[in-house]
Design a protein around this ligand. Structure first.
Ligand SMILES: Cc1ncc(COP(=O)(O)O)c(C=O)c1O
Length: 431
């Protein structure tokens, strides 16, 4: 591990500690579902660059698409003129989108959080209303506007209170919420809390929209209760709010559908994408109903690099591969298999408290078997140990292993990963 150690030392010397790092691993090469460190050691990648690399690392078709574009044009800027890959990517995303978004219009940005910011600006601009409803435990990004909506960890806001965007946070109906006896009841209570807020502190005519992750991501991979997203949609319809779906993490096949909202048949007014969209290059998108997008006047938003041709080509190739290789079905099938394997392990491994998620967006919650509480004090070390043992993994929520491999994962590779994870957990002592 000499080269890795030297690289780590250089990193620590020059990179500010603000960038939290789950592991001390180094990465110099990727291939399919595997990453390789500076000393040639191979790791199975269950993190996919934080739920990004949908078709795996260095997929030959993505590489080829990027090289072809690199030989033609790196950058000219959407503000200066028209670039075909920008147009083609939005056309493609629109064709996959639910409901009236199929006829929508959008813009391309450089990241998920930039896309969140653009969506919030669009919602405020076209409604003329200043406030947004968002959820505790949600994650929408770190720049100031997106951060105003983020509520997954108070640490992210430390010394930054008083953020400019007006966001009213309500609880997300997770089983950890201190109310409700069933998932459905919790969902109903949150809908009632919103109604109560609208009667007391939140004038409906000041609310532009509801910003929601269809599955809580960073907050712990909680799937919403039946009826909840539908209830939010109904609230939006009743009060003229825009339904803004943050599908940065859930979008483009991760949950076994192109978009997670499809699991509940809910149609957003504004859809936010990132992560997988750029196939590993920086890219984000906002797609809105046509009449909303058309009311967003020229100059209301912009970006020098947004929708750069290299990232668009990587995204187009990625989407084509997801389609042609049937990766939505694969995500459902391998996701179900992985889930089953972890659920089976629950009986012999009391440290596993819960297995949840959809498709290949799976959370394996670790608990202290004595108290039943999330093993928050141990999760950092467990993540490091699993990664050292050969499966690169991260966490979400308080103590949930975040299982988000590339959608190309085979059953054999799934088994390989599960064995390494379970072996590490088997040897773990909470006390
Ligand atoms: C749901 C969601 N929204 C927004 C973001 C921010 O995206 P980015 O880190 O690309 O800015 C993330 C990142 O994890 C996310 O999971």
């Amino acid at each position: 591990m000499e080269i890795s150690q030297a690289l780590l030392a250089r990193y620590k010397d020059v990179v500010a500690p603000a960038i939290y790092r789950y592991t001390d691993l180094t990465f110099v090469r990727g291939e399919g579902v595997y990453l390789y460190d500076a000393d040639g050691r191979r790791y199975l990648d269950f993190s996919a660059g934080i739920a990004t690399m949908a078709v795996g690392h260095q997929h030959p078709r993505v590489v080829e698409a990027v090289i072809r574009q690199a030989q033609r044009l790196f950058h000219a800027a959407a503000h200066i003129g028209v670039m075909e890959p920008y147009v083609a990517l939005l056309e493609k995303v629109r064709s996959l989108a639910p409901g009236r978004l199929k006829d929508g219009k959008g813009v391309l940005l450089n990241s998920g959080s930039e896309a969140v910011e653009a969506a919030l600006k669009l919602a405020r601009y076209v409604t003329g209303r200043p406030l947004i409803i968002a959820f505790q435990h949600a994650f929408h990004g770190r720049p100031m506007g997106a951060l105003a909506a983020t509520a997954s960890n108070a640490l992210f806001r430390r010394r930054l209170s008083g953020l400019a965007v007006g966001v009213y946070h309500v609880p997300y109906p997770t089983p950890r919420a201190p109310f409700g006896r069933s998932p459905e009841e919790r969902g109903q209570i949150v809908l009632e809390l919103i109604e109560e807020a609208l009667r007391t502190v939140l004038p409906p005519e000041d609310v532009a929209g509801i910003l929601v992750e269809p599955i809580l991501g960073e907050g712990g991979y909680f799937v919403p209760p039946p009826g909840f997203l539908e209830g939010l949609r109904a609230l939006c319809d009743r009060y003229g709010f825009l339904f803004i779906a943050d599908e940065v993490q859930t979008g483009l096949g991760r949950t076994g559908r192109w978009f997670a909202v499809e699991h509940w048949g809910v149609e957003p007014d504004i859809l936010i994408l990132g992560k997988a969209l750029g196939g590993g290059l920086p890219l984000g998108a906002v797609l809105a109903r046509r009449e909303l997008a058309d009311a967003w006047d020229p100059g209301a938003h912009g970006s020098t690099f947004g929708g750069n041709p290299l990232a668009c080509q990587a995204g187009l190739a990625t989407i084509a591969i997801i389609e042609e290789e049937g990766l939505l079905a694969r995500a459902r099938q391998i996701g179900a298999y992985l889930r089953e394997r972890f659920e089976e392990a629950c009986s012999s491994l009391p440290i596993i408290g819960d297995v949840r998620g959809l498709g290949l967006m799976l959370g394996v919650e670790l608990i202290d078997p004595d108290t039943g509480k999330p093993a928050a004090a141990h999760i950092g070390e467990i993540v490091r140990a699993i990664s050292q043992a050969g499966v690169v993994i991260t966490k979400c929520g308080e103590a949930t292993l975040r299982v988000v491999p590339p959608l190309i994962l085979t059953q054999e590779q799934a088994d390989e990963g599960v064995e390494i994870i379970l072996n590490t957990l088997r040897g773990w002592r909470i006390r």
